[in-house]
Design a protein around this ligand. Structure first.
Ligand SMILES: *[C@@H]1O[C@H](CO)[C@@H](O)[C@H](O)[C@H]1NC(C)=O
Ligand SMILES: *[C@@H]1O[C@H](CO)[C@@H](O)[C@H](O)[C@H]1NC(C)=O
Length: 303
């Protein structure tokens, strides 16, 4: 009798261990890392703050980390204009590596320039593993024009435009102006290849770093969102990894028509064949989307 009791007790304990949903499902949600755009910060209640809150409501229990580059919100905003992007990526890589909640992997969503910065994280820092990368209006091939600044930073915007026109590829401007580090002048392709500190490196314009290629392949999905009425990003094709054809500044080409794709510098053709590349469009201006559009198009990648 006693023996049977113990046996039954043992079996039910085992059953409880195996069937208890809390064990299996606790934090079954994949954490999410957000990187804000230019002129914005980690925690602006009208932008990143609102998006974080919305996602937390849709996916209860999800851990959302909205990156702050620097020690304060003000520093974070300033660094979006003035801090060497390669340094920013390094900082983020070590922050992610030290976060125990990200150990098993995370999804990443970058807004505007945050989109290309997070791709650099994927290419340079495979641990912890990034699963889905979502570039929301990111400039994957850089910009050749800054028609309008987002938000209320028009004074800064005019100043930046002046710096870019006076010499985006001089070392001083490269080091200290974020937007110069993804300035892509199709009329000066050789200067871009040689002196662009950030974008020419991650797009493998100087050498093909096989590690970058290998790491990017580890993504489960690479989602790119283009805004069909974008008045901030020029050319808007860059949001789908297209750009201007070299040697002129009028005609554009798609990713698939580009040298980067044809020479297979990032392994994007293989990713496309594997169904990992997704080109989404949203009606509206830069970073303008409805909650409904977000739910239907991006939320599925975060679950
Ligand atoms: C699980 O999620 C909760 C709620 O977001 C969080 O407070 C907790 O730290 C998470 N635990 C782990 C181990 O990720
Ligand atoms: C390639 O990228 C890795 C990861 O960032 C880096 O450690 C390595 O030095 C790079 N190699 C070259 C040749 O640039």
């Amino acid at each position: 009798m006693n023996k049977l009791f113990h046996l039954l007790l043992g079996v039910s304990l085992l059953l409880i261990l195996f069937l208890n949903p809390v064990n299996g499902y606790e934090n079954a949600t994949v954490p999410l890392v957000l990187w804000h755009g230019m002129g914005d910060s980690c925690c602006n209640p009208l932008s990143m703050g609102a998006i974080k809150k919305m996602i937390e409501e849709f996916i209860p229990g999800i851990y959302v980390l909205s990156l702050m580059i620097g020690k304060t919100v003000v520093q974070d905003t300033e660094n979006g204009f003035f801090m060497d992007v390669n340094k920013q990526v390094d900082m983020v890589c070590s922050q992610l590596a030290q976060d125990p909640k990200l150990k098993k992997g995370y999804n990443a969503m970058g807004f505007s320039q945050g989109g290309q910065f997070l791709r650099a994280v994927a290419q340079r820092c495979p641990s912890p593993p990034m699963k889905n990368l979502i570039s929301v209006g990111g400039q994957q091939q850089g910009v050749y024009g800054l028609p309008r600044c987002p938000g209320e930073s028009s004074v800064i915007c005019d100043w930046i435009r002046k710096q870019l026109n006076s010499g985006a590829y001089t070392s001083l401007v490269q080091k200290h102006l974020v937007q110069a580090q993804y300035w892509h002048d199709p009329l000066n392709d050789d200067l871009y290849r040689k002196y662009s500190l950030f974008l020419a490196d991650i797009n493998q314009e100087r050498v093909v770093n096989e590690t970058y290629k290998k790491n990017l392949q580890l993504l489960e999905n690479f989602v790119m969102v283009k805004f069909l009425q974008d008045t901030v990003v020029d050319p808007v094709d860059t949001e789908w990894f297209g750009f201007l054809k070299m040697g002129q500044a009028k005609e554009t080409e798609t990713l698939q028509e580009s040298v980067l794709y044809k020479e297979d510098r990032l392994g994007l053709a293989a990713m496309e064949a594997a169904g990992k590349l997704h080109f989404l469009a949203s009606v509206g201006d830069h970073l303008q989307f409805t909650e409904e559009w977000f739910t239907n198009n991006l939320l599925p990648y975060l679950r």
